[in-house]
Design a protein around this ligand. Structure first.
Ligand code: F6P
Length: 463
């Protein structure tokens, strides 16, 4: 293989450039060209296929900075529909015209779902990314534990459900222990929790902080580092009575409460608290909004004004209980050391996989309690259930203690290897050197897109 294509698909993460950089460095060693495809699959639906050479003469271009969040080649939520064979054929033809012999998709579970039909046309591998940490398996046989149940209310007439887990859960058996982007998202969220705490303390308030993660509670679990009082995750339905009892106990004791909730938390009937509208993004994912606000309404109703007035701590429940979303700050900015280091290794491993002749494979980050982390290749089909679908990984319920509403002992053991040395000395030095640099006040922001634009090439085609 002399030329490889690379694209970033789906929501961005802080570690995408680090993955691209890892792939480019490996390609330089192997004397392989890497072509960046602009804005994910979007560019392959465009006859002009905007692209850029990431390592002309086997030197990485200066715009490729692994310490910068986002992706210099852009991303979109456009995806490849396996049913649209014409689109797939067109994509294969366009890649051939560019002389691309293999493709690396940096993506999540949605991208992985579309990998098989692409792999039938040309070699393609996936390097994982997602702040949600939902690309992977809690144990190798997990796809077999998904069942299909009839449900007339949804498209196709059925939905997929994870039955009880049929394997002993062991941290060493997790497939793809953690995805690049997750550590930085937790770093941002946990810092946010710490900051909200002191204002809740000062003003005797109850803060509800919503974090991302879709239907997986990993980000919420990780915010335990910011020491919230209560964490709510989508994998354990909300027990309203238990929550209210715990909130009151804590408020009596310390005059403030900090609650973290994952955006995908559900009620006891399995209804998503935050799914105010049933709208979806282009890949069909339900857009979640408002879990924290829904939770606030529940607490206002259940606790009532009198409780706060009695204590002379607030005029009303409405005044005392407030919400904040960490939002897209958890997806942007400089990646912390853990993310940069392993994202680069996973990008390099994706190049290795293609060079070894692997197709339809994923570079994964494995953990061994004696040896630590290492990367390896994993067959993409082993992520599929018996109907051929790849499901977003839910946090294993054993990582959370629903009574304490905090990580369980096992949850703590899960988090430690990721976060103990996750922040590098350069991460802290970077803040000191750059945030209050005098030039920030005088000079406008210089976007990487401005420089990348000058390098973009187009396919000359009449198609
Ligand atoms: O999948 C990553 C993610 O950040 C989710 O945690 C979140 O629900 C979603 O993307 C938000 O998407 P968008 O940026 O398109 O609003």
């Amino acid at each position: 293989m002399k030329r490889i294509g690379i694209l970033t698909a789906g929501g961005d993460t802080p570690a995408l450039n680090a993955t691209i950089h890892g792939a480019v460095i490996r390609a330089n060693q192997l004397k392989v060209e890497i072509v960046g495809l602009i804005k994910g699959f979007n560019c392959l639906f465009n006859p002009r296929v905007p692209h850029l050479y990431l390592n002309p003469l086997f030197q990485d271009i200066p715009e490729l900075d692994p310490t910068k969040g986002g992706t210099l080649i852009g991303s979109s939520r456009d995806f490849v529909d396996p049913e649209r064979r014409d689109d797939l054929d067109l994509i294969a033809t366009r890649l051939q015209k560019l002389g691309i012999e293999g493709l690396i998709c940096i993506g999540g579970d949605g991208t992985l779902n579309g990998l098989q039909p692409l792999a039938e046309r040309f070699p393609v591998v996936l390097a994982p990314k997602t702040i949600d940490n939902d690309l992977g398996l809690n144990y190798p046989g997990e796809p077999n534990d998904w069942v299909r149940v009839n449900d007339a209310s949804v498209k196709n007439g059925f939905r997929y459900k994870l039955t009880s887990h049929n394997a002993v859960f062991d941290l060493d058996h997790i497939v793809n222990y953690v995805t690049p982007g997750y550590a930085t998202a937790v770093f941002v969220s946990a810092s946010g929790v710490e900051r909200i705490r002191t204002t809740a303390e000062s003003h005797r308030r109850i803060a509800i902080i919503e974090v991302m993660g879709r239907h997986s509670g990993y980000i919420a679990l990780g915010t335990a580092y910011g020491r919230p009082d209560i964490i709510l995750v989508p994998e354990h339905p909300l027990d309203v009575d238990h929550l209210v009892e715990r909130v009151k106990h804590l408020y009596d004791l310390q005059k403030n409460v900090v609650i973290v909730c994952g955006e995908g938390i559900v009620d006891e009937q399995g209804g998503e608290l935050g799914a105010e509208s049933k709208s979806t993004d282009p890949s069909g994912n339900v857009i979640l909004s408002g879990a924290a606000d829904a939770l606030r309404s529940i607490l206002i109703q259940m606790i009532g004004d009198r409780y706060f007035q009695l204590y002379r701590r607030s005029e009303s429940a409405r005044e005392a209980i407030f919400t904040r979303k960490v939002g897209h700050t958890q997806r942007g900015g400089r990646p912390i050391l853990f993310d940069r280091f392993y994202a680069a290794q996973l990008g390099a491993e994706a190049v290795n996989l293609l060079m070894q002749g692997r197709n339809n494979a994923v570079s994964v980050l494995q953990y061994d309690s004696r040896e630590g982390f290492h990367v390896e290749g994993y067959d993409a089909n082993r992520f599929r259930d018996r109907w051929g679908l790849i499901h977003a990984r839910k946090m294993h319920p054993a990582l959370y203690d629903p009574k304490l509403m905090k990580p369980s002992r096992l949850g703590i053991d899960y988090l430690l290897p990721i976060f103990t040395d996750a922040i590098g000395e350069d991460d802290t030095a970077h803040i000191r050197q750059t945030l209050f640099a005098a030039g920030n006040l005088a000079q406008p922001y210089h976007s990487v897109n401005t420089d990348v634009n000058k390098r973009i090439r187009y396919l000359q085609t009449d198609q």
